[in-house]
Design a protein around this ligand. Structure first.
Ligand SMILES: Cc1cc2nc3c(=O)[nH]c(=O)nc-3n(C[C@H](O)[C@H](O)[C@H](O)COP(=O)(O)OP(=O)(O)OC[C@H]3O[C@@H](n4cnc5c(N)ncnc54)[C@H](O)[C@@H]3O)c2cc1C
Length: 504
């Protein structure tokens, strides 16, 4: 006789604590099979890269290490989720599937639609729960902030792990024989470069406690914009959020407790406000998933930008001739991390100074980020590229940013060894060296480090003129109104329709 069971499907929620679907699934009392799938569709996703799978793999390894017993209930598979669920449905009676909702790229949305159809046909209930107060089916932001605060204040969802009822071993061994991860993939996943920060729930808990207990946040406000200092004074929690090693609620509640006696309340409040931003941006993407491909403000579709592959290549390779830009690019490729301001500076350089469409760089940077979250990445990318119409246009001057945010060129020296031996002023602007100075330092511009690929004063002025003129057009302003009504709490129109209303 087929076994009746429930499934708990782990995706970007790789933790034991504060896990609502896991709590509900265990409480239901039926045999429960946990699933994690390295999904085929990811390899077709231009924003996905091996490091994202590695982060998931190491998060799973950590879950196994911290609770071997409970991890016995989880199967780690590789393949197409539709095929895997169909196979399980062949051999078992699936009563329910528990998971968090995923605000992902179009490919994951298409997968979910396909699965919804399958589950409906088979009479399976898919119970998807909200993650981090991001709500599905919203048409505007009415009362969204209140909902966020309520969600964050509720008790954490503690799954009763010892009560987990395992399903029959035969089901697991059958699935493993068909969809178990190949030795080849496992070998690739095991690798975790030493330059990457540790991942997994244990590392996440450790970093959170360390950050708050030792008041590492004390310089948050002063250092958040600085590429070198931010690496230790920002929380570095973003990869843990990306793979769900921590929930926003866990961090919010712990930080609010810390705030009661904090000697640095200003810095801590600034940090806490970012937790709200996190959900805010993901909510925006949830309601406007076309942002992965299209301008939020369609009026910007008519902005003329000619793709110049050589410029994009130089940007991607960290060979633009602007030390701060190149250091940022090389750092993010090596470590998967960059602070907010420097991400914005990189995007501004691509879209303003090199005058390229944001689509030319969005996937590439997503691949580099260990904390890649589509819901933050695409809205931020569009915002920094200056084509939303509703946000201030910020055209960063990479030299000014370099002098202000990396005044001792610590960051530049770390990531551009070819400039390390130069005097400070030339680390920021190597093109200022005379031929005699170059020979004195045994350095040759064009040989040891590239010439600048654009004149930022000319290109910046051009971008400024075009973008500001464009913003004033009636078309842009008209579209702005629609965006504000839908995505802000200030202006509301209940008649607005969300494009993405998807229920199982
Ligand atoms: C072009 C661009 C792309 C980005 N892509 C991503 C991405 O894929 N994933 C991602 O997590 N963040 C992204 N960000 C936002 C931000 O840069 C990172 O969240 C932050 O740098 C992570 O470092 P931290 O954890 O030390 O942040 P902290 O400053 O310590 O902040 C704590 C948390 O608040 C949230 N947060 C902080 N800043 C922002 C922000 N500006 N918008 C939304 N949430 C924020 C993050 O969850 C972060 O972990 C992007 C920013 C830009 C400009």
């Amino acid at each position: 006789m087929k076994e009746a069971l429930n499934l708990i499907w782990f995706k970007r929620d790789l933790r034991w604590q504060d896990h609502a679907p896991l709590k509900l699934a265990i409480a239901d009392g039926l045999p429960l099979l946990g699933l994690f799938i390295f999904e085929d569709f990811n390899s077709q996703d231009p924003s996905w890269s091996l490091r994202h799978w590695q982060a998931q793999y190491h998060s799973l390894v950590d879950m196994q290490a911290t609770n071997k017993e409970a991890f016995n209930g989880i199967l780690v598979l590789e393949g197409d989720s539709h095929e895997i669920f169909s196979e399980i449905a062949e051999h078992c009676v699936i009563k329910g599937i528990y998971s968090y909702q995923e605000t992902g790229e179009d490919l994951s949305y298409q997968r979910d639609k396909k699965l919804t159809k399958l589950f409906t046909e088979k009479g399976i209930l898919w119970k998807e729960l909200e993650q981090n107060a991001v709500q599905r089916g919203r048409r505007n932001r009415a009362a969204w902030d209140e909902n966020w605060r309520n969600f964050m204040s509720q008790d954490l969802d503690k799954p009763n792990l010892p009560a987990w009822q395992y399903c029959r071993p035969s089901v697991k061994s059958h699935l493993k024989s068909k969809f178990g991860i190949s030795t080849l993939l496992q070998k690739r996943l095991k690798n975790w470069p030493t330059n990457f920060q540790k991942i997994g729930e244990s590392a996440a808990q450790f970093r959170l406690e360390d950050y708050l207990t030792h008041k590492i946040y004390r310089n948050y406000g002063a250092h958040i914009g600085m590429p070198h200092e931010s690496r230790s004074n920002c929380s570095r929690l973003s990869p843990f959020f990306a793979w769900g090693n921590l929930s926003i609620r866990q961090v919010y509640q712990r930080s609010i407790r810390e705030l009661e006696n904090s000697p640095f309340p200003r810095d801590l409040r600034a940090f806490i406000s970012r937790l709200h931003w996190h959900s805010h941006f993901v909510q925006k993407f949830e309601m406007e998933e076309s942002m992965e491909f299209e301008n939020l403000n369609p009026a910007f579709d008519s902005l003329q930008k000619e793709t110049k592959p050589a410029l994009v290549q130089a940007w991607q390779n960290g060979q633009t001739g602007y030390p701060l830009i190149d250091a940022c690019m090389r750092a993010v490729k090596e470590t998967g991390y960059l602070n907010f301001r420097m991400r914005a500076v990189l995007v501004s350089f691509l879209c303003h100074q090199l005058w390229q469409n944001w689509q030319e760089g969005a996937s590439f940077l997503a691949q580099q980020f260990l904390d890649y979250i589509p819901g933050i990445h695409y809205p931020q990318f569009q915002m920094q590229s200056g084509c939303t119409g509703i946000n201030t246009i910020r055209i960063y001057n990479p030299v000014k940013q370099s002098l202000e945010k990396d005044p001792e060129a610590k960051f530049i020296s770390e990531w551009l060894p070819e400039l390390r031996e130069l005097p400070l002023a030339f680390k920021h602007q190597p093109w200022m060296m005379t031929a005699m100075e170059q020979s004195f330092y045994n350095f040759e511009l064009g040989r040891d480090y590239p010439h600048r690929i654009v004149d930022i004063y000319e290109s910046g002025a051009y971008a400024r003129d075009v973008l500001w003129a464009f913003r004033k057009s009636a078309w842009v302003r008209n579209e702005n109104q629609k965006i504000l009504v839908k995505h802000t709490t200030a202006i509301r129109d209940p008649q607005q329709r969300s494009k993405k209303i998807m229920q199982p």
